[in-house]
Design a protein around this ligand. Structure first.
Ligand SMILES: Nc1ncnc2c1ncn2[C@@H]1O[C@H](COP(=O)(O)OP(=O)(O)OP(=O)(O)O)[C@@H](O)[C@H]1O
Length: 626
């Protein structure tokens, strides 16, 4: 096992990055890593004991060779030859069992560690604010976390075991060789620096190239994910950019190809050196040792034992020369994972948070100002490529916004594009926190209540009405896990989508979402409304679809909305004439300020921005209805 591990390890060092050695090993990181290992300390101890036993036994076979040649074959003792051969076979079996056992333990420890880290990172990232997700490239974050988590677990399996087993093997083999023949041993050892020089030279070059290749591959991957999702593929077709895209892809792929060839060449040179130096050393053993045998200073058995031992010394020495890089690489991976775990969420729940009743329905904005958080508040040093700091800081998006939506009332937001309507709605369920002023739900400052109860009290229907790639039932249950089919159907009924679902091949079990059954825009929205009805929150925040639906779906969506808003307090980004007409209060937003407020009739009479918007945004609506 040790021999094989040695060669594998040597190979891995070539792929690791020497620059990590410059990092300082912080005591705090070490303490945290130990903390992660603690739950598995029992398994780790057994694993280490096995590793020590395995490493110490590396000299057994060569010594058996010595005995079998000198005392058995040359002495003509058939009995001893048989006995020692059996001992060799038995030892080989023992070694095999040991290696399976150690491998099993190592993967148990490693996989458990990956599991722990992954679960913690997932739980933590999930609790990040929306601001984090709007700035983070999902694919890059996911791949980065996967790689770092796996890199981190290496510290516990490969690095830990190889360091322990290499040190022990090197000492045991070295001492045995010296005891057998100090002259031959010293001569061979003199050759080893050559091996280290070669490996150092190659690993420096290879580390850089490998990093370039990884970046190149990541770039290629990102390029594909961006273009092969439905949105990207559509854009590509609509703009007829196939040829340019081909060219771009080929340039990126060519870079990866060229790097691959260079890496493979350097790897070959290294591989050849790895074979050459031991071969030279072996020649030396036989050359010098042979002379000693002829002059009767050494037995043939000892010579053979020396030659075998020599090969078992190389791997461990090679491995040890890179221990620092290995340990630091693992530590850096841990630090990257910790960095994500330590990234504070901008939205946190207070320790003494109040539980808001689900029926809480009064919504109040009190002199609310808002600025989107800057990249500096969110970015991760190790994920620079993911959360890129932007050039200029963005200014305030909302100024002094005050209004009240009384229980059961509908407040409509209207205003030109970019006025801040969506931003206002985001502050209700704390997708973002107000920078100044207070948002109150049910009379409580939203920052004082528990996140779960706030999310239960407020329901959203957004324009894109995202559905998971899962069945309609699962998508509905996401809103209320305990609901039975009867409740699901009555929500679908009220949202005017039950008929459509009934007609689907698998009814509630039809898979929808990203790659599922294609629902039309209107159907998607009605399904989202049904989901909201099942959740049954006190406050509804709604972004009306801007896309024009045909008059039939328009009427169906309208009836669904009437059901959704019935008896609930609502905040609606209005695009329809019927909505503004029905609203109890219309807020006209411009450049983040409420510039007018009142009912449709009042505002029309008042003139100004609302009257303009009415003519531009709602006029089609008016003419469409004759
Ligand atoms: N995540 C973000 N980070 C920084 N600035 C943002 C972010 N989201 C929106 N903004 C900015 O905030 C301002 C208000 O945007 P918002 O989406 O609230 O407008 P809107 O009135 O809903 O517009 P529309 O009707 O076009 O959807 C815009 O200038 C926009 O560029």
């Amino acid at each position: 096992m040790s021999g094989m591990m040695g060669a594998g390890m040597a190979w891995r060092h070539l792929r690791s990055d020497r620059s990590v050695v410059n990092n300082r090993l912080s005591r705090q990181t070490v303490r945290r890593v130990v903390g992660f290992a603690r739950p598995h300390r029992g398994l780790i101890s057994v694993f280490l004991v096995l590793t020590v036993i395995d490493a110490s036994l590396v000299v057994v076979t060569p010594l058996l060779v010595q005995k079998i040649v000198d005392d058995g074959i040359l002495a003509g003792d058939r009995g001893l030859v048989t006995l020692l051969a059996l001992a060799m076979a038995g030892f080989a079996v023992f070694n095999a069992v040991l290696s399976v056992l150690a491998g099993w333990l190592s993967s148990r420890i490693g996989e458990s560690l990956i599991f722990d880290l992954r679960s913690q990172v997932f739980a933590h990232v999930q609790r990040q604010s929306m601001a984090f997700f709007t700035r983070t490239q999902t694919g890059a974050l996911v791949s980065r976390l996967n790689n770092d988590v796996i890199g981190a677990q290496r510290a516990f399996t490969s690095t830990l075991s190889s360091t322990v087993s290499n040190s022990i093997a090197a000492v045991v083999v070295g001492v045995t060789m010296l005891a057998l023949s100090w002259q031959v041993t010293l001569l061979c050892v003199a050759l080893f620096p050559l091996l280290f020089l070669a490996s150092r030279f190659v690993s420096n070059r290879l580390a850089g190239l490998t990093r370039e290749q990884m970046d190149g591959n990541a770039d290629l991957g990102n390029n594909m994910t961006e273009r092969f999702n439905v949105g990207g593929a559509m854009l590509l077709k609509l703009f007829g950019r196939r040829d340019d895209e081909d060219a771009l892809f080929r340039t990126k792929a060519a870079k990866v190809r060229d790097l691959g060839v260079r890496i493979s060449l350097i790897t070959r040179i290294f591989g050849a050196t790895m074979v050459l130096v031991p071969a030279l050393a072996t020649a030396l053993v036989y050359g010098v040792g042979g002379q000693l045998v002829i002059s009767d200073t050494l037995t043939i058995g000892t010579l053979l034992a020396l030659a075998t031992l020599l090969l078992r010394l190389l791997g461990p020495l090679q491995g040890l020369s890179n221990v620092r890089i290995d340990v630091m690489t693992a530590v850096v991976s841990f630090e990257r994972v910790f960095e994500v775990l330590d990234l504070p969420s901008l939205i946190v729940e207070k320790d003494d948070a109040v539980v808001l009743p689900r029926s809480a329905a009064r919504l109040e904005f009190d002199r609310v100002g808002f600025t989107y958080p800057s990249a500096a508040e969110l970015s991760l040093p190790s994920l620079e490529g993911v959360a890129r700091p932007e050039a200029g800081a963005s200014g305030p998006v909302l100024h002094d916004v005050s209004f009240t939506a009384d229980v059961g009332r509908m407040v409509a937001l209207v205003g030109p594009s970019g006025a801040g309507k969506t931003t206002v709605t985001h502050l209700v369920a704390r997708l973002y926190d107000a920078t100044s002023g207070t948002v109150r739900v049910g009379g409580h400052d939203v920052r004082e209540v528990s996140l779960q109860s706030l999310e239960d009290a407020v329901g959203y229907v957004t324009q894109d009405a995202h559905l998971f790639h899962d069945t309609i039932r699962a998508n509905m249950l996401y809103a209320r896990p305990g609901a039975d089919d009867g409740e699901i159907w009555s929500s679908l009924e009220a949202a005017q989508i039950a008929e459509t679902v009934r007609r689907l091949p698998d009814g509630l079990d039809t898979v929808v979402g990203d790659r599922g059954y294609r629902l039309s825009g209107g159907e998607r929205q009605r399904l989202a409304i049904a989901r909201l009805l099942l959740k049954s929150p006190g406050i509804v925040v709604l972004d009306e679809a801007t896309a024009h639906l045909d008059s039939e779906s328009e009427a169906a969506v309208q009836r669904a909305l009437d059901a959704a808003l019935e008896g609930r307090t609502s905040l609606v980004i209005a695009h329809r004439l019927s909505t503004v007409r029905n609203a109890d209060l219309i807020l006209v937003l411009d450049e983040g300020r409420i510039v007018q407020s009142g009912t449709h009739a009042e505002l029309l009479a008042e003139g100004g921005l609302y009257a303009d918007l009415y003519r531009t945004q709602f006029v089609d609506d008016v003419s469409a209805r004759g």
